[in-house]
Design a protein around this ligand. Structure first.
Ligand SMILES: [Zn+2]
Length: 315
């Protein structure tokens, strides 16, 4: 491995990313990831900078060195053991929706540091630059298979995917648009919870998103919640656990408070696998674990099932 010119790719990668979320016109039926994006997560960006050219990533589960290009082509799932690495919201959308069908909503909505919370504004600016997003969620209407859906995808790279006023407002508007247009809603979460820098304003988002979902449910429309990476706090205590179907990616960490806090509070040993998707499937919180590469066909199958009654009534 040579140690030269590793920054070129980073700069080039960022420079060639278009800000619009509409997938680029690719002549294949499935979206591919030819273009190397460096904006998936703030974390991976820092990590890549430390690794010299050659671009390998070590799998934290099986310790295999994985060639980044192959890892990207495999939707950031370890080719050897199936470990799911973090994936950015854009790549996630590309992997799920039909080419050129994503119509983004509220792309320019940005947060304000109302409370003048220490260092918040600087962090917002830093993550806007790192992710090329205005906040921690991307929302829009799109097609998955033959189904038109309202889709929200959270971006963990933007302040840990935390839910402040912008995330809550964008999700509430997405759900309301779904209700208005009679569409299923799908939200893919990756979040540490409420954004503490927005104090009580971030907590209000829990009520807002839940209320919007209640109206959506009243219209007998399905909501699928997909838990990825790690999902905690206010997100789990609101919309993320309100799905008619709650799915998770393998190995996702899911809970309200983190394991260390629980251990310190209860002074009890936690069971093995505590708060993993697999543990929660066994205990009934989630309905299915779906590997990333099977997510799109599985979602289409679930949508076929969930909308069958509506279609029959319409015909
Ligand atoms: Zn692995």
């Amino acid at each position: 491995m040579s140690t030269t010119s590793f920054s070129k790719k980073t700069i080039g990668g960022v420079a060639t990313i278009e800000p619009a979320l509409t997938p680029p016109p690719i002549a294949t039926t499935h979206p591919t990831f030819v273009k190397k994006t460096k904006i998936g997560t703030g974390k991976s960006k820092t990590r890549k900078r430390d690794i010299p050219e050659g671009l390998w990533t070590k799998c934290p589960t099986c310790m295999t060195m994985l060639f980044d290009k192959e890892l990207d082509e495999n939707l950031k799932v370890c080719m050897k053991c199936g470990h799911h690495f973090a994936i950015g919201s854009r790549e996630r959308i590309h992997s799920l929706v039909e080419t050129c069908t994503f119509e983004e909503m509220d792309a320019t909505m940005a947060g304000v540091d109302v409370l003048k919370f220490a260092a918040y504004e600087g962090k917002l600016e830093r993550d806007k630059k790192a992710t090329l997003l205005q906040d921690a969620v991307v929302t829009g209407l799109c097609k998955i298979g033959e189904h038109r859906v309202a889709l929200g995808v959270m971006e963990f790279g933007f302040m840990g995917g935390s839910m402040g006023s912008v995330v809550g407002e964008k999700l509430a508007r997405l759900i309301e648009r779904g209700t208005e247009k009679g569409l299923p809603v799908i939200i893919i979460s990756a979040s540490g919870g409420a954004r503490m820098q927005e104090g009580v304003f971030s907590l209000m988002q829990m009520a807002k998103t839940s209320a919007a979902l209640a109206y959506h449910a009243k219209s007998k429309l399905p909501f699928i919640s997909i838990l990825t990476q790690s999902d905690y706090g206010g997100v789990m205590a609101s919309f993320a656990t309100l799905g008619d179907l709650i799915l998770a990616e393998p190995g996702a960490m899911i809970g309200f408070a983190g394991p260390r806090v629980i251990k310190d509070t209860t002074q009890a040993e936690l069971p093995p696998g505590f708060q993993t998707a697999e543990f929660l499937l066994d205990h009934g919180l989630i309905d299915a674990i779906v590997p990333r590469k099977e997510m799109k066909p599985q979602l289409i199958a679930y949508l076929n099932f969930l909308t069958a009654g509506k279609k029959a009534a319409a015909s």
